[in-house]
Design a protein around this ligand. Structure first.
Ligand SMILES: Nc1ncnc2c1ncn2[C@@H]1O[C@H](COP(=O)(O)OP(=O)(O)OP(=O)(O)O)[C@@H](O)[C@H]1O
Length: 504
């Protein structure tokens, strides 16, 4: 593999990379840095932990050093923690440049951010929601001279789900120049390729594309490609890294937590220095499990979207510094987070989408290190495991535990969990959730009461429509039956007449 300097990077940047421990480029870096330096767009999909961040940070810094101005580069990313992590890479690698960066994410003071933006930082790293808010409400900064637009975890930014960024992205794309250089990075781009291509192509008619697997769609898109877009994918069928030992653990739903406590105890006893991430389905589950594990004296912290931003950062900092070795998180931590000490990922629930699975387990076994993932599978989730296996092109192996040891702690764990649930009820967790929802609506410029009314009215109309539809269906059915009856009657009458004639 070529060295960094052979990719066209300046000696100062190569030295910065070396100081950061990046002595030889990873495949995604070796393949993508030269075309980015040539000014081509890039759409890239490479496995988790394969160094995609440096694949765009290094060339952006190189071009920036040749003509530094602000705002030169905008990086969009779906989560706040990830934004800070990317900013850190820019800061460390861009230190000799005196790089000015600005992180613009929700949950923090908007005025301070607006002030920072007005000082023309070279690089802005943002979550779409907050940046769009700034664009809507102030004119103290401009993105019109932007040279690079980077979408990290691009598929997540473009997919429509619970956190839908579409409207915010529209605002942002309108504020940036049309002919900017666009870089899109993710470990799972293939599902949203069509939208991604639409985003990347018209912008500059130059696209660089990275993907974990070169699918049929991608091949077609290659032939459709317009202005020499550069596509790159890792030459591997399997979509997860080889260093990851992927296991499943079949558990009845009712005893799941006893298995979890047993697993953690085992890892703690056998590997004192290991850090573990446990992924849960909901914020509430995350909170309950954290309370429960703490009652068992495990050093755990929680990370979910219902926590205040400062608490989120504090929790992550404690986990990163290994003061707390267990992080319980929702999917807010599933993408991008790079914490080298994480040896184990436990999926407390089987992810409903293979893509989410890939990102969650990708929090371990990064940059060539080993790691293990254990996915808890209940009787209701077996089909989800099949879907995951089909997508990653690998069979998960069973993880065996000594059931007797689990049985020994079962009652204790279940009682403790119940206690935590009751405590949480006292803390009005659900009520807080409702308040947060209303707050979010207000931030989006909606009136929560009006929204509620509108929802109720819509439900009413829907009910009415359904009733009407049912009635129409019923009438049609009755008419059909009547027609058939008549036809049958006529047929009988004809047959009777015929018989009568024959008898005569
Ligand atoms: N050339 C390199 N040599 C050694 N380590 C590297 C190199 N490039 C990146 N790394 C390290 O690899 C780790 C993972 O990199 P990065 O976070 O960029 O992965 P990623 O591909 O973006 O993963 P994800 O899809 O999970 O976001 C980081 O700790 C980074 O410092």
């Amino acid at each position: 593999m070529a060295a960094f300097r052979e990719l066209g990077l300046a000696p100062w940047l190569v030295e910065q990379a070396r100081q950061m421990g990046l002595s030889r480029p990873t495949p995604v870096q070796a393949s993508c840095i030269p075309p980015i330096l040539q000014g081509r767009d890039c759409l890239g999909c490479a496995k988790t932990g394969s160094g995609k961040t440096a694949a765009f940070v290094l060339p952006v810094l190189q071009v920036l050093s040749e003509d530094p101005y602000g705002i030169f580069c905008l990086v969009l990313t779906p989560t706040r923690e990830l934004a800070y992590q990317i900013a850190e890479q820019f800061r460390v690698l861009g230190k000799p440049l005196g790089l000015k960066d600005c992180v613009v994410v929700g949950g923090l003071d908007m005025v301070a951010q607006a002030l920072e933006l007005s000082r023309k930082p070279h690089v802005v790293i943002a979550t779409p929601g907050r940046l769009a808010d700034h664009l809507r409400s102030s004119n103290t900064f401009s993105l019109k001279k932007l040279k690079f637009l980077v979408l990290d975890e691009a598929d997540r930014l473009l997919e429509q789900g619970c956190a839908d960024f579409t409207a915010d992205l529209e605002v942002i794309l309108e504020a940036v120049p049309a002919r900017r250089q666009t870089l899109l990075f993710s470990a799972t781009l293939t599902d949203t390729l069509n939208e991604l291509i639409l985003e990347a192509v018209p912008a500059r008619r130059q696209t660089l594309l990275f993907s974990a697997t070169l699918t049929d769609t991608l091949n077609e898109l290659k032939s459709l490609a317009m202005n020499r877009p550069f596509f790159w994918e890792a030459a591997s069928e399997v979509r997860t890294v080889d260093e990851l030992d992927q296991r499943y653990l079949l558990v009845p739903e009712a005893v799941k937590d006893a298995y979890l406590v047993h697993l953690i105890q085992t890892f703690q006893d056998e590997h004192e220095d290991w850090s573990v991430i446990i992924f849960t389905k909901t914020c509430k589950e995350c909170q309950v499990l954290n309370m429960m594990l703490r009652k068992f004296s495990f050093p755990s912290v929680a990370l979910h979207s219902m926590m205040k931003q400062r608490q989120r950062f504090a929790a992550l900092a404690k986990f990163k510094s290994s003061i707390f070795k267990i992080l319980i998180a929702t999917d807010v931590a599933a993408r991008g987070l790079d914490i080298p000490t994480v040896q184990v990922v436990i999926n407390h629930n089987t992810p409903g989408l293979p893509k989410i699975y890939i990102h969650r387990v990708g929090r371990t076994a990064r940059a060539g290190r080993n790691g293990i993932s254990i996915t808890m599978v209940t009787q209701y989730d077996i089909h989800l495991v099949h879907a995951i296996e089909e997508e990653i092109k690998l069979k998960l192996q069973e993880f065996s535990v000594e059931e007797k040891l689990v049985l020994d702690i079962l009652t204790h764990v279940n009682v403790t969990r119940r206690e935590c649930e009751i405590e949480l009820e006292y803390m009005d967790f659900d009520e807080k959730k409702e308040i947060n929802k209303r707050k979010q609506m207000i931030l989006e410029g909606k009136d929560p009461d009006l929204e509620e009314k509108r929802k109720a009215e819509l439900a009413k109309i829907k009910k009415k429509n359904n009733k009407f539809r049912e009635k129409v269906q019923q009438t049609l059915q009755e008419k059909k039956q009547l027609q058939m009856k008549r036809k049958l009657q006529k047929k009988m009458e004809r047959r009777n007449k015929l018989h009568a004639k024959e008898e005569k």
